[in-house]
Design a protein around this ligand. Sequence first.
Ligand code: ADP
Ligand code: ZN
Length: 519
Amino acid sequence: MREQALQRLREVFGYSQFRGQQSDIIDQVAQGGDALVLMPTGGGKSLCYQIPGLLRSGLTVVVSPLIALMDDQVATLNELGLRAAALNSTLDEQAQREIADSMRRGELEFLYLAPERLVKPRTLAFLQSLEIALFAIDEAHCVSQWGHDFRPEYLQLGVLAEQFPGVPRIALTATADERTRQEMIQRLKLEQARCFVSGFDRPNIFYRIVPKDRPRQQLQQFLAQHRGNAGIVYCMSRKKVEDTAQWLSEQGWPALPYHAGLSAELRSYHQKRFLNEEGLIMVATIAFGMGIDKSNVRFVAHLDLPKSVEAYYQETGRAGRDGLPADAWMAYGLQDVLMLNQIMANSEGDERHKRIERHKLDAMLALCELTSCRRQTLLGYFDETLAEPCGHCDNCLEPVSTWDGSEAARMALSTAYRSGQRYGVGHLIDILLGRDNDKIRSAGHQHLSTYGIGKQLSEADWRSVFRQLIARGLMDIDLDGYGGLRLNDSCRPLLRGEQGLALRRDPSRSAPLPGRSSD
Ligand code: ADP
Ligand code: ZN
């Protein structure tokens, strides 16, 4: 079997060798076993079902969530001389009938379709009448209700196990935290599947996370190292995508917007340009990316904080798929945290769901505020250990200096406490800096004992303090959506003076903060 697989790899695909675990995976599936494949983006997942599809007789059915993705794959296979087609809603009746006919005649080798199409009783009955080589479920993490790509239709794919008991199934994804893994096994009924987990390290990606200061200028500085390179700039909202793309264009950068609010034609036009032209910058929401197969994306920049470490990993993973050096750069600030909290507070879903989302956001924040190697923590999140600091991230290269923020933290916490634990950062800072305004006066906050006690720090310094207090879980943001800050039980030892607090010194601050430096 392995010999035959290698032969197909060389003759059909023109590659000389298998990468990583490809050979083992292909062997498992070609012999009729199920497989769950967790492999980073760019790792080579497609061959893991395409080659078994060629080795087994019958039709290989590939479930894929996006039409654009299917069309790309089908085009690639056709170019290689393989008989592949995609069944989707963009085809007219006639074209659909032709595909069905060629399947009936046993002429088709690969059929791509969306999950909602596959689980229709008519489709299933039709497939029952054919010889099926295997089922491949791409982007299988879409079955996870807690993930950001959740597709309800994926939940029904379990029927394949019941209706096609003898047909091997392979599920593939680049997302692989333990929870998602368990959900895939359970929901897709892959209890018998062999699990293949490949390394998540992307050694050619350089990670840098900076505190947001003047984001446009910061972005521009970052882009200056990437003139002529293709890259993606992620923003949270459609409006910000539009504004940023326009601003970059005005500054002379070749930037295009992409978000779900644009017409389908414009989206696909921009996507095609990004794939085919050199050196374009795609400014996008997370709507852009799944399945984008452009190997020479040299950078991924985030102007807003992703909701989770998985999202961050997946989005940054679109850089450097060709293995050459690439940059993952992000600017994040307190405002991001407040905004994400607000989105979560207003989102539908039960308490349990919200709690999980909060934990995910907390892990993302912790990664941002980290003073040690980013890669070690990132990989640790996927249960992978890196024995030594990587030497190829901002923190490894420019060790972070910290300062003793215990006193500042106590001032911040008691200001929140004394003002009733319902005010947002801006007002708390006004109190600490002893500012005079209507809101202060009407609340009588000029009489608080902490009024004006924080003048030795600047407004930006205080923002950094609050940001880190929240990121470390010492303060909570009210879920009512107004951004009021509350104390959290875990801040007690600090308040009682039993514990100190070392804070990260933001690199962009020019004026040094007071306090003992520990670097
Ligand atoms: P994924 O789906 O895991 O993101 P792909 O299947 O799209 O990755 O593969 C990424 C790139 O690597 C593609 O251009 C593919 O042709 C190439 N590739 C995959 N396997 C091999 C291999 N064994 N040798 C050389 N190139 C490979
Ligand atoms: Zn590192």
